[in-house]
Design a protein around this ligand. Structure first.
Ligand code: 13P
Length: 252
Protein backbone atom coordinates (compact mmCIF):
# COMPACT_ATOMS: atom_id res chain seq x y z
CA UNK A 1 0.00 0.00 0.00
CA UNK A 2 1.29 3.43 -0.85
CA UNK A 3 2.19 5.79 1.96
CA UNK A 4 0.04 8.69 3.07
CA UNK A 5 2.34 11.66 3.46
CA UNK A 6 2.05 15.25 4.62
CA UNK A 7 5.17 17.31 3.99
CA UNK A 8 5.72 20.90 5.09
CA UNK A 9 7.86 23.15 2.91
CA UNK A 10 8.92 26.06 5.08
CA UNK A 11 10.60 27.80 2.12
CA UNK A 12 12.75 30.79 3.24
CA UNK A 13 10.89 31.33 6.50
CA UNK A 14 11.81 31.22 10.21
CA UNK A 15 15.02 31.89 12.06
CA UNK A 16 16.56 28.86 13.76
CA UNK A 17 14.91 29.88 17.05
CA UNK A 18 11.51 30.22 15.39
CA UNK A 19 12.01 26.95 13.56
CA UNK A 20 12.79 25.03 16.74
CA UNK A 21 9.79 26.59 18.49
CA UNK A 22 7.58 25.55 15.56
CA UNK A 23 8.83 21.99 15.55
CA UNK A 24 8.46 21.71 19.34
CA UNK A 25 4.89 22.94 19.10
CA UNK A 26 4.18 20.38 16.39
CA UNK A 27 5.74 17.60 18.45
CA UNK A 28 3.46 18.45 21.37
CA UNK A 29 0.46 17.95 19.09
CA UNK A 30 1.68 14.67 17.62
CA UNK A 31 1.48 11.82 20.11
CA UNK A 32 1.88 8.10 19.65
CA UNK A 33 -0.81 6.82 17.37
CA UNK A 34 -2.83 10.03 17.07
CA UNK A 35 -1.87 10.68 13.48
CA UNK A 36 -3.04 7.32 12.15
CA UNK A 37 -0.98 6.08 9.25
CA UNK A 38 0.18 9.52 8.10
CA UNK A 39 3.88 10.04 7.49
CA UNK A 40 5.10 13.50 8.45
CA UNK A 41 7.99 15.30 6.77
CA UNK A 42 9.19 18.86 7.29
CA UNK A 43 11.53 20.76 5.00
CA UNK A 44 13.18 23.64 6.90
CA UNK A 45 15.92 25.85 5.45
CA UNK A 46 19.46 24.39 5.16
CA UNK A 47 20.73 26.29 8.20
CA UNK A 48 18.16 24.56 10.43
CA UNK A 49 18.49 20.97 9.24
CA UNK A 50 21.11 19.63 11.62
CA UNK A 51 19.51 21.11 14.73
CA UNK A 52 16.01 20.08 13.72
CA UNK A 53 17.15 16.52 12.99
CA UNK A 54 18.54 16.49 16.52
CA UNK A 55 15.35 17.88 18.05
CA UNK A 56 13.15 15.37 16.17
CA UNK A 57 15.32 12.28 16.66
CA UNK A 58 12.78 10.52 18.91
CA UNK A 59 9.73 11.51 16.92
CA UNK A 60 7.97 10.28 13.79
CA UNK A 61 8.84 13.50 11.96
CA UNK A 62 11.28 13.06 9.07
CA UNK A 63 13.43 15.95 7.88
CA UNK A 64 13.83 16.97 4.24
CA UNK A 65 16.02 19.50 2.48
CA UNK A 66 14.39 21.94 0.06
CA UNK A 67 17.05 21.55 -2.60
CA UNK A 68 20.43 19.97 -3.32
CA UNK A 69 23.31 20.62 -5.69
CA UNK A 70 23.42 19.05 -9.13
CA UNK A 71 27.10 18.23 -8.67
CA UNK A 72 28.79 15.80 -6.29
CA UNK A 73 31.42 18.16 -4.80
CA UNK A 74 33.94 20.83 -5.64
CA UNK A 75 34.10 24.48 -6.65
CA UNK A 76 30.39 25.35 -6.55
CA UNK A 77 30.21 28.26 -4.13
CA UNK A 78 27.02 28.40 -2.12
CA UNK A 79 25.80 24.93 -3.06
CA UNK A 80 24.96 22.04 -0.70
CA UNK A 81 25.71 18.49 -1.82
CA UNK A 82 23.71 15.32 -1.24
CA UNK A 83 26.69 13.89 0.69
CA UNK A 84 26.50 16.84 3.09
CA UNK A 85 22.77 16.27 3.55
CA UNK A 86 23.27 12.56 4.04
CA UNK A 87 26.03 13.17 6.59
CA UNK A 88 23.62 14.99 8.92
CA UNK A 89 20.77 12.49 8.52
CA UNK A 90 18.48 14.20 6.01
CA UNK A 91 16.03 11.59 4.68
CA UNK A 92 14.24 13.44 1.85
CA UNK A 93 14.90 16.29 -0.56
CA UNK A 94 12.50 18.45 -2.55
CA UNK A 95 13.65 18.53 -6.16
CA UNK A 96 12.18 20.70 -8.90
CA UNK A 97 10.00 23.01 -6.85
CA UNK A 98 8.44 25.57 -9.19
CA UNK A 99 10.21 28.39 -7.33
CA UNK A 100 13.55 26.72 -8.17
CA UNK A 101 12.44 26.20 -11.77
CA UNK A 102 11.29 29.77 -12.30
CA UNK A 103 13.67 31.91 -10.15
CA UNK A 104 16.82 29.79 -10.54
CA UNK A 105 16.21 28.39 -14.00
CA UNK A 106 16.39 24.73 -13.05
CA UNK A 107 15.43 22.63 -16.05
CA UNK A 108 14.45 19.00 -16.43
CA UNK A 109 18.00 17.92 -17.33
CA UNK A 110 19.40 19.51 -14.18
CA UNK A 111 16.62 18.01 -12.07
CA UNK A 112 17.37 14.60 -13.53
CA UNK A 113 20.94 14.93 -12.23
CA UNK A 114 19.75 16.02 -8.79
CA UNK A 115 17.31 13.10 -8.55
CA UNK A 116 20.07 10.60 -9.41
CA UNK A 117 22.53 12.13 -6.94
CA UNK A 118 19.94 12.08 -4.16
CA UNK A 119 19.07 8.44 -4.84
CA UNK A 120 22.76 7.50 -4.84
CA UNK A 121 23.07 9.12 -1.41
CA UNK A 122 20.05 7.20 -0.10
CA UNK A 123 17.93 10.36 0.06
CA UNK A 124 14.32 10.13 -1.14
CA UNK A 125 13.47 12.75 -3.77
CA UNK A 126 10.14 14.54 -3.48
CA UNK A 127 9.91 15.51 -7.13
CA UNK A 128 7.70 18.54 -7.82
CA UNK A 129 5.88 19.28 -11.06
CA UNK A 130 3.19 21.72 -12.07
CA UNK A 131 1.88 23.90 -14.86
CA UNK A 132 1.55 27.70 -14.89
CA UNK A 133 -1.87 29.28 -15.42
CA UNK A 134 -1.25 30.11 -19.09
CA UNK A 135 -0.39 26.51 -19.84
CA UNK A 136 -3.61 25.34 -18.17
CA UNK A 137 -5.67 27.95 -19.99
CA UNK A 138 -4.14 26.93 -23.29
CA UNK A 139 -4.96 23.29 -22.60
CA UNK A 140 -1.27 22.32 -22.41
CA UNK A 141 -1.33 21.17 -18.80
CA UNK A 142 -1.05 17.45 -19.49
CA UNK A 143 1.80 17.76 -21.98
CA UNK A 144 3.71 20.05 -19.57
CA UNK A 145 3.41 17.59 -16.70
CA UNK A 146 4.27 14.68 -18.97
CA UNK A 147 7.48 16.33 -20.15
CA UNK A 148 8.49 17.42 -16.62
CA UNK A 149 8.06 13.90 -15.27
CA UNK A 150 9.34 11.90 -18.22
CA UNK A 151 12.43 14.08 -18.84
CA UNK A 152 13.46 14.19 -15.18
CA UNK A 153 12.52 10.69 -14.04
CA UNK A 154 11.88 8.20 -16.79
CA UNK A 155 15.45 7.13 -17.45
CA UNK A 156 15.61 5.73 -13.90
CA UNK A 157 15.59 1.99 -13.38
CA UNK A 158 12.34 0.62 -11.98
CA UNK A 159 14.11 0.01 -8.69
CA UNK A 160 15.32 3.62 -8.43
CA UNK A 161 12.04 5.04 -9.67
CA UNK A 162 10.09 3.13 -7.01
CA UNK A 163 11.75 5.28 -4.30
CA UNK A 164 10.41 8.57 -5.68
CA UNK A 165 7.58 10.65 -4.20
CA UNK A 166 5.84 13.01 -6.64
CA UNK A 167 4.19 16.29 -5.71
CA UNK A 168 1.81 17.93 -8.18
CA UNK A 169 1.83 21.64 -7.47
CA UNK A 170 -0.03 23.76 -10.03
CA UNK A 171 1.96 26.99 -10.03
CA UNK A 172 -1.20 29.14 -10.13
CA UNK A 173 -2.27 27.62 -6.80
CA UNK A 174 1.01 28.13 -4.92
CA UNK A 175 0.77 30.84 -2.27
CA UNK A 176 -2.24 32.38 -4.01
CA UNK A 177 -5.05 31.12 -1.82
CA UNK A 178 -6.55 29.61 -4.98
CA UNK A 179 -6.63 25.83 -4.62
CA UNK A 180 -7.14 23.38 -7.44
CA UNK A 181 -10.59 21.89 -6.98
CA UNK A 182 -10.55 18.30 -5.74
CA UNK A 183 -11.73 17.28 -9.22
CA UNK A 184 -8.95 19.22 -10.99
CA UNK A 185 -6.31 17.80 -8.65
CA UNK A 186 -7.68 14.25 -8.95
CA UNK A 187 -7.76 14.52 -12.76
CA UNK A 188 -4.05 15.38 -12.87
CA UNK A 189 -3.07 12.83 -10.23
CA UNK A 190 -4.87 10.10 -12.19
CA UNK A 191 -3.05 11.28 -15.34
CA UNK A 192 0.31 11.08 -13.54
CA UNK A 193 -0.44 7.63 -12.15
CA UNK A 194 -1.34 6.51 -15.64
CA UNK A 195 1.97 7.86 -17.00
CA UNK A 196 3.80 5.86 -14.36
CA UNK A 197 1.75 2.75 -15.18
CA UNK A 198 2.69 3.05 -18.86
CA UNK A 199 6.38 3.40 -18.03
CA UNK A 200 6.91 1.19 -14.96
CA UNK A 201 3.76 -0.94 -14.70
CA UNK A 202 0.73 -0.97 -12.47
CA UNK A 203 2.36 -2.25 -9.32
CA UNK A 204 4.96 0.53 -9.12
CA UNK A 205 2.33 3.14 -10.12
CA UNK A 206 0.01 1.92 -7.38
CA UNK A 207 2.81 2.21 -4.82
CA UNK A 208 3.85 5.76 -5.77
CA UNK A 209 2.72 8.43 -3.31
CA UNK A 210 1.33 11.42 -5.21
CA UNK A 211 1.04 14.58 -3.12
CA UNK A 212 -0.98 17.67 -3.93
CA UNK A 213 0.46 21.14 -3.22
CA UNK A 214 -0.89 24.64 -3.76
CA UNK A 215 -2.86 26.50 -1.08
CA UNK A 216 -3.71 23.24 0.65
CA UNK A 217 -4.84 24.18 4.15
CA UNK A 218 -6.61 22.99 7.28
CA UNK A 219 -10.01 23.69 5.72
CA UNK A 220 -9.60 21.97 2.35
CA UNK A 221 -7.13 19.11 3.02
CA UNK A 222 -9.86 16.67 3.93
CA UNK A 223 -11.67 16.96 0.62
CA UNK A 224 -8.44 16.85 -1.39
CA UNK A 225 -7.05 13.82 0.47
CA UNK A 226 -10.35 11.97 -0.06
CA UNK A 227 -9.63 11.76 -3.81
CA UNK A 228 -8.62 8.32 -5.05
CA UNK A 229 -5.18 9.33 -6.38
CA UNK A 230 -4.22 12.00 -3.83
CA UNK A 231 -2.01 10.46 -1.16
CA UNK A 232 -1.31 13.56 0.88
CA UNK A 233 0.01 17.07 0.51
CA UNK A 234 3.04 19.30 0.16
CA UNK A 235 2.14 22.28 2.28
CA UNK A 236 3.70 25.74 2.18
CA UNK A 237 2.11 28.56 4.19
CA UNK A 238 -0.06 26.35 6.39
CA UNK A 239 2.97 24.32 7.51
CA UNK A 240 4.27 27.38 9.36
CA UNK A 241 1.42 27.15 11.87
CA UNK A 242 1.70 24.02 14.02
CA UNK A 243 -2.05 23.74 14.70
CA UNK A 244 -2.96 24.07 11.01
CA UNK A 245 -0.28 21.64 9.92
CA UNK A 246 -1.44 19.15 12.55
CA UNK A 247 -5.02 19.46 11.29
CA UNK A 248 -3.79 18.71 7.77
CA UNK A 249 -1.80 15.69 9.00
CA UNK A 250 -4.99 14.32 10.56
CA UNK A 251 -7.15 15.02 7.49
CA UNK A 252 -6.99 11.53 5.94
P1 13P B 1 1.37 27.07 -0.39
O1 13P B 1 0.79 25.94 0.43
O2 13P B 1 1.81 28.23 0.44
O3 13P B 1 0.49 27.44 -1.53
O4 13P B 1 2.73 26.50 -1.04
C1 13P B 1 2.71 25.29 -1.67
C2 13P B 1 4.10 24.89 -1.98
O5 13P B 1 4.77 25.51 -2.79
C3 13P B 1 4.67 23.76 -1.23
O6 13P B 1 5.88 23.35 -1.78
Amino acid sequence: MRKKIVAGNWKMNTTIQEGIALVNELQKLIHDGNIGSANVIIAPPFTHLSEIINVTKNSVIKVSAQNCANELKGAFTGEVSVAMLQSIGVSHCLIGHSERRSYYHEDNAMLNKKVKLALQAGITPIFCCGEVLKEREEGKLFEVIKSQISEALFDLSADDYSKIIIAYEPVWAIGTGVTASPAQAQEMHAFIRNLITEKYGKQIADETSLLYGGSCNAANANELFAQADIDGGLIGGASLKAADFYTIITSF
